[in-house]
Design a protein around this ligand. Structure first.
Ligand SMILES: Cc1ncc(COP(=O)(O)O)c(C=O)c1O
Length: 521
């Protein structure tokens, strides 16, 4: 069974009455529908039952005590995820190393590592990123830790784009000539690769966009905005990047809807009990990040999805910071939409993708019109193509889509489970090394955390730390990371933010920790 309403027309999807919601929740809990799908539920947690209780309480104008009993059921049913990976990091012994020879070591180039991703040496992967051998003005070899902002590009991606322009360049879906066929094949093959990488059922569920930001705006304008009436609500979380806040504020301002916010606990994990309490009959959509770009928190997506669906509400997952770091399978996780950017997964700038369930994409109305997305046009009316074409008005970034396909093929060869395992150990190592720097405070310590190692340093402003590290050849981000609400929650206006990717090494983490130790004296 699916917990998502698939029987809604665009008109009725947006305007469920209180009675309808109650009927759906009761129906979802009906014996004949059985248990929720295993992949989307925490074991032993009957989210539909909890949803029904909350909706029933609300309809009966229940007291606050009623609501809290439902949420405490959710909280007691949820326990922090246990560690998923436990591979051996070959050079973890580096943890014991002192920083006495750091300065000379920083200049002994090129650097190598014994670390492996699965059975593949990290040095072999690094060789596919020529920029990692770059020497900076200081004579030092680049250490790239600004992966949260953008990743470095694979040589295979650059070569594929070059091949496209040298041998395949044409517009797609038009033209009777051979290059149009080559170009269309390359573009559509890339779409199939994205679908395969995400575990989507069909390439038709993949829409090419410029990136995560455009993807969220597309879903907001095309799917959610037509659903909204004054007083309706959209749930986001305190962890969100501005790209997953502002588009919702824009459509809320235009329609009279409101934004509700899931709080976080002290470690920076979303509070599922409070999430449950935010739902009511006015809730029309949920949009939550998979990984926080400030704290690294990996959110409990399966539970977030399962709970939203129990209330008959669709959910978008912002995959900007997860897609290059942990395996994503949209069929197992079951979100209605999942969005990501190519440049954060070793692919080109200006390209990304929206995965959408086919019924949701069918319901959505295009918010940009023009060529490529139409089946027929007269001055009286236009008939659109079906998804995904109806959302791809005009000429897209064809070569970049093809380049993105090359990046994803590369990752599928390495295996995202291997990438996640390696980065998990690297993250643990990085947290241990940074925590040992006197006066350094890690921001974001959720048990389930990706390689975002945000920190602040006593008596040092973040910009001067960023500049000092730059002088050491180490590129980090120092600033608000386009996520001011979560930073202000911690009383901060910014952090220094190294973010790990698969080509980073324990030796690079040593350089970072040693440089910071020198800085604090
Ligand atoms: C969590 C998150 N969402 C969305 C975005 C926006 O991505 P883009 O600028 O590629 O559209 C970012 C970028 O850093 C991000 O970290």
């Amino acid at each position: 069974m699916t917990t998502t309403r698939t029987d809604l027309t665009p008109a009725s999807a947006g305007l469920p009455s209180e009675q309808q919601l109650l009927a759906w929740a009761a129906e979802l809990c009906g014996d004949e529908l059985g248990a929720p799908p295993a992949a989307a539920s925490a074991p032993g947690t009957d989210w539909e039952q909890i949803a029904t209780d909350v909706l029933r309480d609300e309809a009966a104008a229940a007291s606050p005590a009623g609501a809290s009993s439902a949420s405490s059921a959710a909280s007691s049913a949820f326990s922090a995820p246990s560690e998923a990976y436990s591979p051996t990091l070959v050079s973890a012994a580096k943890a014991a190393e002192t920083s006495s020879d750091a300065e000379s070591k920083a200049k002994s180039l090129p650097r190598t590592t014994q670390a492996t991703i699965g059975s593949i040496p990290v040095d072999k992967v690094r060789a596919d990123f020529p920029i990692l051998q770059e020497r900076l003005g200081s004579g030092r070899q680049l250490v790239w830790f600004d992966n949260g902002a953008t990743t470095q590009r694979l040589k295979q991606v650059v070569d594929r784009i070059s091949h496209y322009y040298l041998h395949e360049n044409s517009n797609v879906h038009r033209g009777a000539h051979e290059l149009a066929a080559r170009s269309t094949d390359a573009y559509e093959n890339a779409r199939s690769t994205v679908a395969k990488f995400l575990g989507a059922g069909s390439a038709k569920d993949i829409v090419f966009v410029r990136g995560t930001t455009e993807g969220i705006n597309l879903v907001a304008q095309s799917y959610v905005r037509p659903l909204l009436k004054p007083g309706d609500e959209i749930i986001v979380s305190l962890l969100e990047h501005h790209a997953n806040i502002v588009p919702w504020q824009m459509i809320a301002a235009a329609t009279g809807a409101k934004i509700r916010v899931i709080p976080v606990d002290a470690d920076g994990q979303l509070n599922l009990a409070e999430y449950m309490k935010l739902f009511n009959s006015r809730t029309k959509f949920v949009s939550v990040t998979h990984v926080s770009n400030v704290l690294g928190t990996v959110t409990p997506v399966a539970e977030l999805v399962s709970i939203a669906h129990a209330f008959g509400v669709r959910i978008l997952i912002d995959g900007a910071q997860s897609v290059a770091h942990i395996p994503v399978n949209v069929t197992a996780l079951d979100p209605d939409f999942y969005v990501f950017s190519g440049h954060k997964i070793f692919g080109p700038n200006g390209i990304g993708a929206v995965y959408g369930k086919s019924d949701a994409l069918n319901e959505a109305q295009p918010y940009q019109g023009g060529g490529n997305m139409i089946a027929d046009v007269t001055f009286e009316r236009t008939i659109y193509q079906g998804p995904p074409n109806k959302f791809e008005a005009g000429t897209g970034s064809i070569a970049d889509a093809v380049g993105l396909g090359a990046a994803l093929e590369y990752l599928m060869q390495i295996g995202m489970t291997n990438v996640a395992a390696y980065e998990h150990e690297l993250t643990r190592y990085g947290m241990k090394r940074l925590a040992a720097v006197p006066g350094l405070h890690l921001i974001g310590t959720a048990p389930d955390k990706s390689g975002v190692l945000s920190f602040v340093l006593d008596n040092h402003d973040i910009v001067s730390v960023g500049k000092y590290l730059d002088g050491q050849g180490i590129a980090v981000r120092a600033g608000h990371h386009c996520a001011q609400p979560i930073l202000r929650h911690y009383g901060l206006e910014g952090t220094v933010r190294p973010v790990l990717a698969m080509y980073n090494t324990p030796e690079e983490i040593d350089l970072l920790a040693e440089a910071l130790t020198r800085l604090v004296g």
